[in-house]
Design a protein around this ligand. Structure first.
Ligand SMILES: [Cu+2]
Length: 411
């Protein structure tokens, strides 16, 4: 069952959907809750850019923003701007328009008071304004050619893909909106003032999700920059800056897969001068790491361009390995088994890594798919422990027992 919220192409939204999204954004702005995203993006600077945390950090940033919009209108999801497409019909742009988030150039978005407007006569509502500074770009222009995007998507490892996408298509889309002085896209501190920032980044996130889907037999292994052995779990990403011939512009700082990402780090501040009033963790500190952002399905959203079959089907149970070793449990010790179809089962751990198992004639044996990171080290079959018609446990890669944990299950 797929209950996740689907993000769609802004060019395909109905008028009603466009209006709902726009109004939710305007309401957030009017509440005074939009500008904290502008500030946050200014402060995060290179803790969220120019390194492996770029994609995860922005994935979570977008999600928080989308969740706030959904508090205003639960039907809203973040649309994406497919910047490889012209989005023009009969010479009229379908996305750059006055009755949505404004055209090109420097624009003033305007609306009638929404917050506290109940019971106020239309004529008595105040007019709200929001100045957004874009370049006077060509409405017929294509910011990034599909062939350029494909050359990013074709890269097999995360450490090649992520910087290529960040500096290439992502950067080109920002440049298209105008990164010269006087425009919003000219600095980290102002980029988010243009609400199209979120649509641009939603597309970047979609490309990452598509890449993850495409490379699912590959992106979880160490070659893809997502460590999978305990040794690699502990390894810092900083080697990327030195060993990979300038793959990253500067040695990354706090870009480890398990680094805690500001501002979801429960800390007080990056600098002493930092204004903390806008921070999201004031009441409930979160400890966010890139790893927690890897599995977008677990974050409960999806994209209309990613086939449904990737999303999880009936859960066969959640299993926990209590006996792994004495170093304590990590997210690899919690596993959800779900049925993909009649013949296949998905093993998914809390670290966001999953692989496929194929059923055999013997119901105690499952063949492990080649997409399993342990396949090459000999993990070719898993053993299922049955208790009547219930699976009560499963033996993992080293015959270690994963006990049955929860029973929202039908086998
Ligand atoms: Cu950014």
């Amino acid at each position: 069952m797929n209950t996740s919220k689907v993000r769609k192409n802004v060019a395909n939204l109905s008028i009603r959907e466009l209006n709902a999204f726009r109004d939710a954004v305007f309401t957030l702005k009017e509440q005074g809750n939009y500008d904290k995203y502008v500030t946050m993006h200014g402060f995060v600077s290179n803790l969220g850019h120019s390194g492996p945390a770029f994609l995860p950090w922005h994935r979570f940033f977008l999600l928080k923003f989308e969740q706030e919009l959904q508090e205003i209108n639960p039907n809203v999801t973040l649309p994406y701007w497919d910047f490889s497409s012209r989005n023009v019909s009969n010479n009229v742009s379908k996305i750059w328009k006055d009755d949505f988030l404004g055209k090109n150039g420097h624009v003033t978005l305007q609306w009638k008071q929404k917050v506290g407007a109940e019971g106020i006569r239309e004529a008595d509502k105040t007019t709200k304004t929001w100045v957004v500074k874009r370049d006077n770009f060509n409405l017929n222009g294509i910011p990034v050619l599909q062939t350029r995007i494909n050359s990013s998507l074709d890269l097999n490892s995360f450490r090649d893909f992520s910087p290529n996408l960040e500096r290439g298509p992502h950067g080109m889309a920002h440049v298209f909106l105008g990164t010269d002085r006087g425009n919003d896209q000219s600095s980290f501190a102002t980029a988010v003032n243009d609400p199209f920032f979120f649509l641009l980044h939603c597309n970047v996130d979609r490309l990452w999700a598509e890449w993850q889907h495409e490379k699912k037999s590959n992106w979880q292994n160490s070659n893809a920059g997502i460590p999978f052995t305990d040794e690699e779990l502990a390894q810092d990403y900083s080697w990327l800056g030195t060993n990979r011939n300038n793959t990253w512009p500067t040695p990354p700082n706090r870009h480890n897969v398990d680094s805690i990402l500001w501002p979801w780090d429960g800390s007080r501040a990056i600098t002493n001068n930092e204004a903390t009033s806008f921070l999201p963790w004031r009441n409930a500190p979160e400890h966010l790491t890139p790893r927690k952002c890897l599995n977008y399905q677990a974050l409960d959203y999806s994209y209309d361009t990613i086939p449904e079959d990737l999303t999880d089907t009936p859960i066969l149970g959640v299993y926990e390995n209590h006996l792994y070793d004495n170093r304590g449990k990590n997210n690899w010790h919690f596993v959800t088994l779900s049925e993909i179809d009649e013949n296949r089962v998905r093993w998914q751990n809390r670290a966001g890594v999953s692989w496929t198992l194929t059923k055999t004639a013997d119901r105690t044996k499952l063949n492990v798919g080649q997409d399993c990171p342990y396949f090459r080290s000999g993990h070719s079959q898993a053993t299922v422990i049955w208790n009547g018609n219930q699976v009560s446990g499963i033996l993992g890669p080293w015959n270690e027992l994963y006990n049955f944990e929860s029973s929202n299950v039908n086998v």
